[in-house]
Design a protein around this ligand. Structure first.
Ligand code: ATP
Length: 514
């Protein structure tokens, strides 16, 4: 674990050193859980968004996009349930004065027991070798059975307390499990309180009579309240989807782990409207499609898993997370929810407007059911960054830091490097840049030795370096260096465009999603 923490720290400092992510307001000592994206970060982030947007709107004839405002009528949040129920249970440790989410403390305790079980299983597997039967071991080993019984009872109690909104029950679990504050090491806990995660502000001057508005905690409601507009003006027929990318804000109680949990973040959400009764079929379909989207990036299939929810949100009848193996464990990157007709019905009730769909195929009007796919841009960014980072040992004892970013997502696609700063090589290199820059994010670099320039490009994940040398002036060829293998090939300038395009174009990635 300590080693993993170490790697994560290195990734965070690499992100800063190479212009990917900076702490917000850094010269004023930062603002907790708020970050800015730098010159390379914004490109990587834009490429992630483009990959998602195109996968939704280009590959599905029945999905269109919108861009709704962050400020919305406050009654929307009453209707959606956020004013009354978008809460997290918080608890403070009196000695360290640190604040925690009570549910997270208990979830971590459950994970600790799971770890203990896994360790026992791994130990036994090593001891018994090929003859090991895991199922039998789990069913008969006294210690594993004891851990498992404890885990199941704890889980049951936890689910019950969460479902009943039983704050005292949550606190009692923390006491009974002897959970201590990781900072002070004590069990000196306060009561558990509900804390609403929405940021509030005022709209209009007080003279006019101002109104309390919220910074949206999710982009989804902007889609729901535009359902009729899009359906009518786009003549959309069910099933159809509306996609949106935009900022969301949550006053998270505990904001840790870099850009994993932020107070201002970005979501990519798609609401897919279906006929009632067909929602679970579509839910399973979207589960599959979304995992395919992730896996097409080639970050490693073993790094993903589904986590089906047992406790469902008040609006859902099925929900799953796609989790990604971050350096700090498997964590949610995307949620897929079957939200029933809850949101549209609530908006119908609160607005007094009829929000229905007339289905010509069955000659019936109904409130559509909704499947939502909701992914955080920043968490996606983090998963790409973490799985791309490598400190590679090179033959000869050298090391290099390289980001093996999926080529279509890389901030810079190719760097053109004149071998020396004389003899007409810079001019020739500029000519190549002037040709490639219309299609690819292209860098020109002439400072420092060529090896150093290669390393700088490796560190930001540039898939190709193009080196212009004296031979280039004679025969119009260059060396094309590939980031991951560091192999170099002599290629004609005339072929560069095609070679680079094959590897870095977004369409090559989208074609994998057929
Ligand atoms: P968590 O349980 O981690 O708080 P959530 O279940 O509340 O997340 P959703 O409401 O389903 O998250 O939001 C959808 C997606 O938005 C998440 O899968 C995640 O990628 C992203 N997201 C949610 N909260 C944050 C945050 N504070 N910072 C960054 N991304 C977030």
């Amino acid at each position: 674990m300590a080693q993993q923490d170490d790697v994560f720290k290195k990734i965070v400092s690499h992100a800063k050193e190479y212009g990917f992510v900076f702490p917000s307001s850094e010269i004023y000592d930062g603002l907790s859980a708020v970050y800015d994206y730098g010159q390379n970060g914004v490109e990587l982030k834009n490429n992630i968004k483009r990959y998602w947007w195109d996968a939704m709107t280009l590959l599905h004839e029945n999905i269109v996009g919108i861009d709704s405002a962050i400020f919305m009528h406050p009654t929307i949040w009453k209707a959606s349930g956020h004013v009354d129920a978008f809460n997290d249970p918080l608890i403070d440790n009196r000695d360290s004065k640190k604040r925690y989410r009570a549910d997270v403390l208990i979830e971590e305790q459950i994970a600790k027991i799971d770890d203990k079980i896994s360790k026992e299983v791994a130990k036994a597997a090593k001891r018994f070798g090929d003859a090991f039967d895991e199922g039998q071991f789990r069913a008969t080993n006294a210690r594993v059975l004891e851990y498992q019984a404890h885990r199941d009872a704890l889980h049951e109690r936890f689910s019950q307390a969460m479902n009943d909104n039983d704050l005292e029950g949550l606190r009692q679990i923390i006491i009974d499990e002897a959970i201590v504050c990781p900072i002070s090491g004590t069990k000196n806990w306060t009561e558990v309180r509900q804390f609403n995660l929405m940021f509030k502000t005022e709209m209009g001057s007080t003279a006019d009579g101002s109104m309390t508005v919220y910074l949206r905690p999710e982009t989804a409601q902007g889609i729901f309240v535009n359902y009729l507009n899009v359906q009518k003006t786009g003549r959309m027929r069910i099933p159809f989807g509306i996609a949106q990318i935009g900022k969301a804000f949550r006053n998270e109680i505990v904001a840790r782990q870099f850009i994993f949990r932020m107070r201002e973040f970005e979501q990519m959400e798609m609401q897919f409207f279906v006929r009632p009764g067909e929602e679970l079929k579509w839910f399973n379909q979207w589960k599959e499609w979304r995992l395919m989207w992730h896996k097409a990036l080639g970050l490693g299939d073993e790094k993903y898993r589904y986590h089906d929810h047992e406790k469902l949100a008040h609006y859902a009848n099925a929900a799953t997370d796609i989790e990604f193996r971050m350096p700090f464990g498997f964590k949610e990157v995307e949620g897929i929810h079957s939200r029933t007709n809850f949101d549209l019905s609530q908006h119908e009730k609160f607005s007094g407007k009829k929000i229905q769909y007339f289905d010509p195929e069955i000659n019936e009007s109904y409130t559509p059911y909704v499947i939502e796919t909701s992914i955080g841009v920043d968490r996606m960014f983090l998963s790409v960054l973490c799985s791309s980072y490598e400190e590679e040992q090179l033959p000869g004892g050298d090391t290099r830091v390289v980001l093996h970013l999926p080529a279509p997502l890389a901030p810079v696609k190719c760097a053109v490097l004149p071998l020396v700063r004389k003899d007409g090589l810079p001019e020739k290199a500029r000519e190549i840049v002037d040709d490639l820059k219309f299609d690819f994010a292209t860098h020109y670099e002439e400072k420092d030795a060529i090896g150093k320039r290669y390393r700088r490009q490796d560190a930001i994940g540039t898939p190709y370096c193009i080196t212009v040398d004296h031979q280039t002036l004679e025969d119009n060829t260059v060396t094309l260096r590939e980031r991951d293998t560091m192999e170099q090939h002599r290629v004609a300038i005339a072929d560069l465009h095609k070679l680079i395009h094959e590897r870095v174009s977004l369409s090559s990635l989208l074609r994998k999603l057929k």
